[in-house]
Design a binder for this molecule. Structure first.
Ligand code: PLP
Length: 273
């Protein structure tokens, strides 16, 4: 069971991510997911977005040294069983995150599991990462990652591979894996057409195909964040990576099925159970 015993310290997970003022995505979705998964959630805030269901109208970055200090503060006292990244905004923040994670043993070889969700833009197309920060994401963070979780838009941005058919997913996984993460999960949800979609998980030698049904809903805000946080929660509980990804997919499927309208735009998948 993922429910911790009363009075016993539960697994501890850290999200290094941005705030969504609308409460549907970003660190708010991460914390809700951690709580649903019986995990104590901690935050290193990278940026504050001004956002509602209609879109992101702007954001302010935290100073990079403050992001690093949050990571060090929680890691040295509370401890971190697994960590994830969401919106990182800039090269300076990515570089500070990579250094801080190195210093406290998050990611890298034989260390605390580290999930890197390469968030580049909101579903409305509003940028959440400066375009000159892609090099830092690829060069400084991917080599530290236990798992990276790009969708097909992010695959195109990161490695220039344009996937238009399911047969292109393995090529995309190989190209992203070349950048140095231990595992790659290519999320196929943006592939049009098929009644179900098959994500591809790859560790450099073996492909794991992960089918899932396509859910008909307009309310998908925060879906990527929720998946990455559920996987991170499972890793914090000590699950191995393939089981953690299977758990994350089941979790986000339920969240998508229970998504709800909010405001005039797109509602969230954030779990409320
Ligand atoms: N806002 C923040 C702070 C995020 O981190 C993210 C995604 O990671 C989003 C918005 C975008 O979510 P979506 O693309 O689901 O609208």
């Amino acid at each position: 069971s993922l429910v911790p015993a009363p009075g016993v310290t539960p697994p501890r997970a850290l999200t290094i991510a941005g705030s969504d003022s609308g409460g549907g995505a970003g660190l708010q979705a991460d914390l809700r997911t951690f709580a649903c998964c019986g995990v104590h959630g901690m935050t290193a805030v990278t940026a504050v977005t001004v956002q509602n269901s209609v879109g992101v109208s702007g954001f302010t970055e935290m100073p990079a040294d403050v992001v690093a200090a949050q990571i060090r503060a929680v890691a040295t006292d509370i401890g971190v069983d697994a960590a994830k990244t969401g919106m990182l905004a800039s090269t300076e923040i990515i570089s500070a995150v990579a250094d801080a994670c190195d210093a406290v043993g998050i990611g890298g070889s034989d260390a605390t599991p580290f999930v890197v969700d390469p968030v580049a833009a909101s579903m409305h197309g509003d940028p959440l990462l400066h375009s000159d920060a892609l090099d830092a994401l690829r060069g400084l963070l991917f080599p530290r990652a236990t798992l990276v979780t790009p969708n097909l838009d992010e695959v195109r941005l990161l490695v220039g591979v344009d996937v238009t058919e399911p047969s292109g997913l393995r090529k995309a996984a190989r190209a992203v894996h070349e950048l140095g993460p231990r595992w790659v999960l290519i999320k196929a949800g943006h592939l049009a057409g098929a009644p179900d979609c098959v994500d591809v998980l790859y560790d450099g030698s073996e492909f794991v195909e992960l089918p899932g049904p396509r859910v008909d809903t307009a309310h998908t805000h925060g879906g990527g964040d929720t998946l990455a946080s559920a996987i991170t929660s499972a890793l914090a509980h000590g699950m191995d990576l393939v089981d953690a990804v299977r758990f994350g997919k089941r979790f986000v499927l339920r969240a998508v099925r229970e998504s709800y309208p909010l405001g005039a735009g797109v509602g969230p998948v954030s779990p409320l159970w």
